[in-house]
Design a protein around this ligand. Structure first.
Ligand SMILES: Nc1ncnc2c1ncn2[C@@H]1O[C@H](COP(=O)(O)OP(=O)(O)O)[C@@H](O)[C@H]1O
Ligand SMILES: O=C(O)C1=C[C@@H](OP(=O)(O)O)[C@@H](O)[C@H](O)C1
Ligand SMILES: [Mg+2]
Length: 184
């Protein structure tokens, strides 16, 4: 049996990057602009447990959360024509990196620390991984996570840009890539 490669235009788009860079916000906008389904992996897990992530971490612990994250992403990365926003820790797992880079087009949203640190107050209450860490420890985590985000197909620098502008740029760049690599 021959396995046919999924056309580039049909591959799902995946957003990765550190907590708070805008994966959920921008993923939703890109999905709308491309008329695709939007799937936020954290939301899928939260719906399954009927609780927010911070509560899931308290109840079952990070290890079990990561196992669920792997199960959900490896399954959903096989879907076509969707936009998936991952949690910032998902690419710590090799199986997730492999499934997403093989099946999907992976965009790394790259926000520098200078801009990122102004977002802490917006996200701290809902991100258990940040809680209990001081600013130096958060910076250390931010820096140490950068290597897992190098597994991407495209990197988008997002400093000082509005979410709408970033989403427009991503949609335009996708259309150019589709036309170049798989002209109709
Ligand atoms: N380009 C942007 N400029 C300013 N604020 C943004 C931008 N993108 C997202 N945000 C804000 O940052 C916070 C985190 O965004 P979110 O999409 O939840 O990030 P992630 O899914 O990467 O954790 C939200 O309050 C969101 O409104
Ligand atoms: O980076 C992480 O370890 C996490 C990121 C979160 O998602 P966002 O990146 O959307 O904030 C969420 O999956 C969970 O709180 C753990
Ligand atoms: Mg998110």
């Amino acid at each position: 049996m021959t396995v046919r490669e999924v056309p580039l235009r049909e591959k799902s788009i995946v957003f990765i990057g550190f907590m708070g860079v805008g994966k959920t916000t921008i993923g939703k906008l890109v999905a709308k602009k491309l008329y695709r389904d939007f799937i936020d992996i954290d939301q899928v897990i939260e719906e399954e447990y009927g609780a927010p992530t911070s509560e899931i971490f308290k109840q079952i612990g990070e290890k079990a959360f990561r196992a669920k994250e792997k199960e959900v992403i490896t399954k959903l990365s096989k879907k076509k024509l969707s936009v998936l926003s991952l949690g910032g820790g998902a690419f710590l797992q090799e199986d997730i990196r492999e499934a997403c880079t093989k099946n999907c087009i992976v965009f790394f949203l790259d926000l520098s620390w200078e801009y990122w640190k102004d977002r802490i107050s917006l996200i701290i209450d809902s991100r258990p991984v940040l809680q209990g860490r001081n600013i130096d420890e958060i910076l250390e985590l931010f820096n140490s996570r950068q290597e897992i985000y190098q597994y991407h197909h495209s990197r988008v620098k997002t400093d000082s840009q509005e979410a709408e502008e970033i989403a427009d740029y991503i949609v335009d760049s996708l259309k150019v890539a589709w036309d170049i690599y798989e002209p109709r």
